[in-house]
Design a protein around this ligand. Structure first.
Ligand code: F6R
Length: 241
């Protein structure tokens, strides 16, 4: 694992965006694994900026998102589908037909999960997977548990995750209680993983993930098994290492 801790947000963002831009320069058809949430946001802003300056093109790339809330239509403002369009896809030249996000509103979620895995298997592996980390060590929406699921599946979100996500909704009641998420097996198939964390509230999870035992109670600790992980942290998130 290569761990980088940054004092300046600017350097955190530039390094993350730089990894994606370098990949696309060497492989314009790269498959990006994307996350939503506050951790990658600055990186998306920087990628849009670099695209507008003509420094990168996504025209031949494709993307797979980690997860989506169950029950929210793709055009719901808080869906991850909307998040990706608003913060990245609408502003770059990626072909919308090659941006894949699980459909949390599918009639049969079981079939939707199988369909998503099938696409990943046919087209993958993902070249670079961006990951945030939950306060509880979740990656994607693979929550701490006695057992983890390898493939894309429907997950019941833990109370702490629902509370953490409530900041984007008008009330706690509106936060979806389930999500479709890529499983840890699908995530670990990526050629390279870039784990992002910012803020003191992530410090404990980062310590467990990087220095704790490998345990399903901290799903991010499974990243210790992957041969090519880059960790980008701000000073606060790296504060307990
Ligand atoms: C989002 C995702 C989640 C988040 C995690 C951290 O697609 O898969 O695992 O990465 O909950 O969220 P933020 O970055 O908002 O703190």
């Amino acid at each position: 694992m290569n761990i980088f801790t940054f004092k300046q947000e600017e350097d955190f963002v530039q390094t993350g965006a730089g990894l994606i831009v370098s990949l696309l320069q060497s492989n314009p058809k790269a498959i990006l694994g994307l996350a939503t949430g506050s951790s990658p946001l600055g990186i998306y802003v920087r990628l849009v900026d670099m695209y507008k300056k003509g420094l990168v093109s996504f025209a031949e790339a494709s993307s797979y998102n980690l997860d989506e809330y169950v029950g929210l239509p793709g055009d719901h403002p808080q869906s991850y589908n909307s998040f990706m369009k608003l913060h990245l896809f609408y502003h770059i030249d990626i072909d919308p037909s090659r941006t894949y996000i699980p459909n949390g509103k599918a009639n049969d979620l079981e079939i939707e999960c199988q369909r998503y895995d099938h696409m990943l298997e046919q087209n993958g592996p993902v070249d670079l997977q961006l990951l945030g980390i939950g306060h509880n060590g979740h990656i994607g929406f693979n929550e701490p548990d006695e057992r983890l699921v390898g493939r894309t599946h429907v997950v019941d979100l833990l109370e702490e995750t629902i509370e953490a996500n409530a900041r984007f909704f008008a009330s706690l009641d509106e936060v979806p209680k389930q999500a479709v998420t890529m499983g840890v097996g699908s995530i670990l198939k990526a050629r390279q993983i870039v784990l992002l964390a910012r803020g003191t509230e992530k410090a404990e999870a980062i310590k467990c993930a990087l220095q704790g035992p490998i345990t399903t109670q901290c799903p991010a600790s499974l990243l210790q098994c992957h041969p090519n992980v880059i960790v980008l942290l701000d000073h606060e998130a790296g504060g307990l290492l």
